[in-house]
Design a protein around this ligand. Structure first.
Ligand code: ADP
Length: 436
C-alpha cells in the first residue's frame, strides 16, 4: 500500500489530467487535492493494517472469550463519476488494509483513472486477483456485483434511486451487507454575527465546488434576517467574478458539467476497445440542471445571478443564485447536482434547525457563527452525518463521513471505514471446572 501511494505521487500530473479529461474537474484541484489525498488515504490505512485487534472478554459465566476482526471477504465497490479518484480510494484503501479482495466498478462516464490505478496496484505488487477493476454500465456490471452470490459486501456511492436498487439486489441474492452513500440537499446556516464577506465565500464554495457535482453541496443557504440583504449583495458580486471555463486553465474555478469527453474504455484482456457512450450523460446532466433553473423561475423564486449556460459549446453553466426561495419549491427540495444555490431567510435558531431538517436527506450541514452555544446547539440538532462549523468541505481521511435518513448509511473514511470491512468473530472456551 505504501508503494502504491508512492507510485501515485510519482504520477500526480498525469492522473489529475485524466480526471480532468474524463470528469471536467479542475486540473489544479486534482493536482493539489484529489490525487495527493489518494496517496494519503493509502498511507493512513496502511498504518492501520497491522493494528486490527479484537478484545478479550470478561464474560459473565465461567468462560473465557475474545473477539477477532476478520476481513468480510470479497467487496464490491461501486463508484460515481463526480470524484473518480477520491471515492475510489475512500473505498479501496480501507478494504485493502482490512485484508479483503475487491471488484471495483468505476462509473461508465469516468473509468480512466480507475484503470490506471489498477495498473499502478499491479506495479506496486498487489497480488493478482486482489484489486480487480471492471468497467461497465450500472444496470449490467453494477447490478451483477450487487446480486452476485460470491460478493460478500457492497460499498456504493451514487444516487438515492440506485442505492435502493443496490440494497434490493443484495437482499434478493445472498443478503450481503451494503453501505450506501447517497444524495443530499445540505443546509448552510449563516447567523447574524457572521462575517458577511467570509460567509459569502463559504456559501459560494459550498455550492459551486466541483461545479455543484458534490453529494454534500450546500445547496440550501439559510441566512438570518439581520444580515440577509448585505449577504445577498455580496453573493451577487462574488458570483459574477467566479470564472467558468476550460478546467485546465489555472484561473478557472468551474469546469463543464459531468464528463468532458464521454469515452468508455472496455479493457478486454490485452486489447483496448474505445466505445462512445450510448447515452450522453453530460447532455442529460446539463439539461437537467437548466430545467431545474427554469422550474425555479416558474415557481416564483428570484434569479439573483446566473441561470444560463455559458459559451457556444460544452456543458458550462453560470453560477446561479436564487433568492426568495420557499422550502416547498422543487429547487429547495431536490438534489440538482449543479451550480445552483437556493437562498432563504430565517429569524430564530429554532426556526433554522426545523427548516434545515425538513429534507429527506441528511448528509452534511454548515453552520456559520461565532456563538459557541448556537454552534453546539445547531450541530447536535441537525440530522446529518457531518457538520462543518465555520468551514465547508473540510474532509480528512481521519474523519468518518456518511449519511442519515435517505442519504444512506455506513461510513467512509476514518477508522469506521476500516471496521466496515471487518467481521467480528467471538471465540469462547470454558475455563477450568466450568459447567459449560
Ligand atoms: P450518479 O448520480 O452519480 O450518476 P448513479 O447512482 O446513477 O449516480 O451511479 C453511480 C454508480 O452506480 C455508477 O458506477 C453506476 O454505473 C452504478 N449503477 C447505476 N445503476 C446501477 C444498478 N442498477 N446497480 C448497480 N450499480 C448501478
Amino acid at each position: 500500500m505504501m508503494k502504491f501511494a508512492d507510485l501515485i505521487d510519482e504520477n500526480v500530473e498525469e492522473l489529475a489530467a485524466i480526471d480532468t479529461v474524463d470528469a471536467g474537474k479542475l486540473f489544479s484541484l486534482g493536482k493539489a487535492m484529489d490525487i495527493p489525498r489518494a496517496a494519503e488515504h493509502l498511507r493512513y490505512y496502511a498504518g492501520a493494517a497491522d493494528k486490527i485487534h479484537g478484545e478479550t472478554l470478561k464474560m459473565s459465566k465461567e468462560l473465557q472469550g475474545y473477539t477477532l476482526r476478520e476481513p468480510v471477504g470479497v467487496v464490491g465497490h461501486i463508484i460515481p463519476w463526480n470524484f473518480p479518484t477520491s471515492i475510489f480510494f475512500m473505498k479501496v484503501a480501507p478494504s485493502l488494509a482490512a485484508g479483503c479482495t475487491m471488484v471495483v466498478k468505476p462509473a461508465e462516464q469516468t473509468p480512466l483513472s480507475a484503470l490506471y490505478y489498477g495498473h499502478l496496484a499491479k506495479q506496486a505488487g498487489v497480488p493478482d486477483g486482489v484489486l480487480n477493476v471492471i468497467t461497465g454500465f450500472g444496470p449490467t456490471a453494477g447490478a451483477a456485483i450487487c446480486s452476485h452470490m460470491d460478493v460478500d459486501e457492497v460499498s456504493f456511492t451514487g444516487s438515492t434511486e440506485v442505492g435502493r436498487l443496490v440494497m434490493q439486489a443484495a437482499a434478493m441474492s445472498n443478503l450481503k451487507p451494503v453501505s450506501l452513500e447517497l444524495g443530499g440537499k445540505s443546509p448552510v446556516i449563516i447567523f447574524d454575527d457572521a462575517d458577511v464577506d467570509k460567509a459569502a465565500d463559504l456559501a459560494l464554495l459550498g455550492v459551486l465546488y466541483n461545479k455543484g457535482e458534490v453529494c454534500v453541496a450546500g445547496s440550501r443557504v439559510f441566512v438570518q434576517e439581520g444580515i440577509y440583504d448585505e449577504l445577498v449583495k455580496k453573493l451577487s458580486e462574488k458570483a459574477k467574478t467566479w470564472v467558468v471555463g476550460d478546467p485546465f486553465d489555472p484561473n478557472v474555478r468551474q469546469g463543464p458539467q459531468a464528463s468532458a469527453l464521454n469515452i468508455n474504455i472496455l479493457d478486454e484482456s490485452i486489447e483496448l476497445h474505445l466505445e462512445f457512450c450510448v447515452a450522453d450523460v453530460s447532455q442529460t446532466q446539463f439539461d437537467k440542471i437548466l430545467s431545474y433553473i427554469e422550474h425555479g423561475k416558474r415557481e416564483g423564486a428570484t434569479l439573483l445571478t446566473g441561470g444560463r449556460s455559458c459559451g457556444e459549446k460544452g456543458y458550462y453553466i453560470e453560477p446561479t443564485v436564487f433568492t426568495n426561495v420557499t422550502d416547498n419549491m422543487l429547487i429547495a427540495r431536490d438534489e440538482i447536482f449543479g451550480p445552483v444555490m437556493s437562498l432563504m431567510k430565517f429569524k430564530t435558531v429554532d426556526e433554522a434547525i426545523k427548516r434545515a431538517n425538513e429534507t429527506r436527506y441528511g448528509l452534511a450541514a454548515g453552520i456559520v457563527t461565532n456563538n459557541l452555544n448556537v454552534a453546539n446547539t445547531v450541530s447536535r440538532s441537525i440530522r446529518a452525518g457531518i457538520i462543518w462549523i465555520n468551514c465547508y468541505f473540510a474532509f480528512d481521511v481521519d474523519c468518518p463521513y456518511g449519511g442519515y435518513k435517505m442519504s444512506g448509511f455506513g461510513r467512509d473514511l476514518g477508522m469506521e471505514a476500516l471496521y466496515k470491512y471487518l467481521h467480528v468473530k467471538s471465540v469462547v472456551t470454558p475455563i477450568y471446572n466450568s459447567p459449560w
